[in-house]
Design a protein around this ligand. Structure first.
Ligand code: NAD
Length: 460
């Protein structure tokens, strides 16, 4: 969190007296210089060839695996991620680098027949130059990596502007990544809005993940410069539970998706929609499951719901449920650190902010729907469109509903949280803008296509 305009400070959310880092923000001028150094380094990185890029990304994956325990502990301390989840994030991060290490050998284009006469038509994908990456604090290793690895694999240089709250994680990531790469090809630019804005003004392609308000401003500024941009933003995700679902299993999935990492995931469930006769048994099972969520110290491997990232985040969660009469939770535990109890509320008045806005915390609203059509209408009624989970034993009902859900991700009999890095990832409406991230989609985003017409010399 930024303590003053020119200082970046990050605290341990479980023990705010534990300050991890306090450094001067570099400012806009230095940010522009960082982009210029990256631009100077990029042509040699591209010219070095596919084998060199592949080997470098593979070496990064090996280094991250070798430092997995240390990185997980750092994520626990800096962003309050529960240890078991932090370990999973670090393992996934190494796997992401390993997956994209194969990408430089993938076809970079296609060959086509000419419409008439001899010759060849070719397409070839080429990198943009410097990729500017602006990232949130909640996945301090995975999100920077699922942007940086495909950008580098495609031959771009990368400047990463992490969230201030996750600066120590980003700096450690850079220390581990840089030895595998030529100087200037991967740089972390610490800072906040000033440095982020400078990056938006200078990079050749921009990938943003964070809140919708900031993401939309980044999209406008990048578009005004004519620079390709993608933005993955907030969510207000629904879980639909049909009467034929295994209610106990659904409740366990929902509790994890509501309270895991204190609900601080763009894919967290914040609206639970019970269809018809599912309402009463689901209410009972979900209250029980939320009461049983292991909460507290993020360094304990059993913990599922740890602290919120900061005081204002914790206070905002408390404001959101005020006056609603929680079915379970609705309290702020008496202990050092920024905690809030896993919470379920019901009978929320129409138009309440919990039904319109993302609240990044361990709470959800229970809603009733008459039938599947009604549940789909409720799901689609919000400005966001990231992910929906559907819980049912019947494939017919699921398929009937899936077609009409206006979210970028749909998960059947699974928690709304969880991402497969080899498939496209992103949302609709206020949750996402531009091409998808991850998988092969990312390689396309970090390149542009050239069309070559090759005619034989002397051809008429
Ligand atoms: P945030 O929008 O406050 O910050 C995101 C990044 O933008 C940070 O690096 C920040 O320093 C930078 N930034 C702030 N102002 C800027 C400006 N004017 N110009 C350029 N950069 C600027 O978000 P956060 O609090 O770090 O993260 C939480 C949000 O991220 C939630 O809304 C969550 O849903 C979202 N998120 C989305 C996804 C997804 O893939 N859809 C994934 C994780 C988090």
């Amino acid at each position: 969190m930024t303590a003053a305009a020119s200082l970046i400070t990050s605290h341990n959310p479980a023990d705010p007296a534990d300050v991890l880092l306090e450094i001067a923000a570099p400012g806009a001028f230095a940010a522009a210089g960082t982009v210029e150094r990256a631009r100077a380094a990029q042509p040699d990185w591209l010219a070095g060839g596919a084998a060199a890029r592949s080997a470098a990304l593979g070496a990064v994956a090996d280094t991250l695996d070798a430092h997995a325990a240390e990185l997980a502990t750092l994520a626990v301390r800096e962003v309050g991620k529960p240890l078991t989840e932090a370990r999973a994030e670090v393992a996934r991060t190494a796997a992401i680098w390993r997956y994209y290490a194969q990408a430089p050998y993938e076809p970079a284009g296609a060959v086509h027949e000419t419409a008439t006469g001899p010759g060849l038509l070719l397409t070839r994908r080429r990198p943009h130059g410097v990729a500017g990456l602006i990232t949130p604090w909640n996945f301090p290793f995975a999100i920077p990596s699922w942007k940086a690895a495909p950008a580098l694999a495609a031959g771009n240089a990368v400047v990463l502007k992490p969230a201030p709250e996750a600066t120590a994680c980003a700096q450690r990531l850079a220390e581990l990544v840089r030895p595998a790469l030529p100087d200037g090809v991967f740089t972390v630019l610490p800072g906040g809005a000033t440095e982020g804005g400078a990056l938006v003004s200078a990079a050749d392609v921009l990938s943003f993940t964070g809140s919708t308000a900031v993401g939309r401003a980044v999209v406008c500024d990048a578009t005004a410069r004519g620079v390709p941009v993608q933005a993955e933003m907030g969510g207000l995700n629904a879980a639909i539970v049909l009467p034929d679902a295994d209610i106990g299993r659904a409740a366990a999935h929902l509790a994890a998706a509501i309270a895991g990492y204190a609900g601080q995931k763009c894919t967290a469930t914040s609206r639970v929609i019970a269809v018809g006769a599912a309402l009463d048994p689901l209410r009972e099972a979900l209250c029980e499951a939320l009461r049983s969520v292991p909460s507290g110290d993020p360094a304990d491997p059993a913990t599922v719901c740890g602290p919120l990232i900061g005081r204002s985040a914790r206070d905002q969660v408390g404001d959101a449920w005020r006056g609603l009469g929680a079915l379970v939770g609705g309290t702020v535990p008496e202990r050092p650190g920024w905690y809030a109890a896993p919470t379920l509320v019901e009978k929320v008045p129409a138009g309440h902010r919990l039904l319109r806005e993302e609240v990044f915390g361990p709470l959800a609203v229970l809603l009733a729907a008459d039938d599947l059509d009604h549940a789909v209408r409720i799901t689609n009624s919000v400005p966001y469109g990231l992910v929906t989970s559907v819980h049912t034993a019947g494939l017919d009902a699921a398929l009937h509903g899936l077609d009409r859900l206006d979210t970028g991700l749909i998960r059947l009999n699974a928690p709304s949280t969880g991402v497969d890095f080899h498939l496209p990832f992103g949302g609709t409406k206020a949750s996402g803008h531009g091409p998808r991230e991850q998988g092969r989609a990312a390689l396309e985003f970090y390149t542009s296509s050239r069309t070559y017409t090759l005619s034989p010399a002397g051809a008429t």
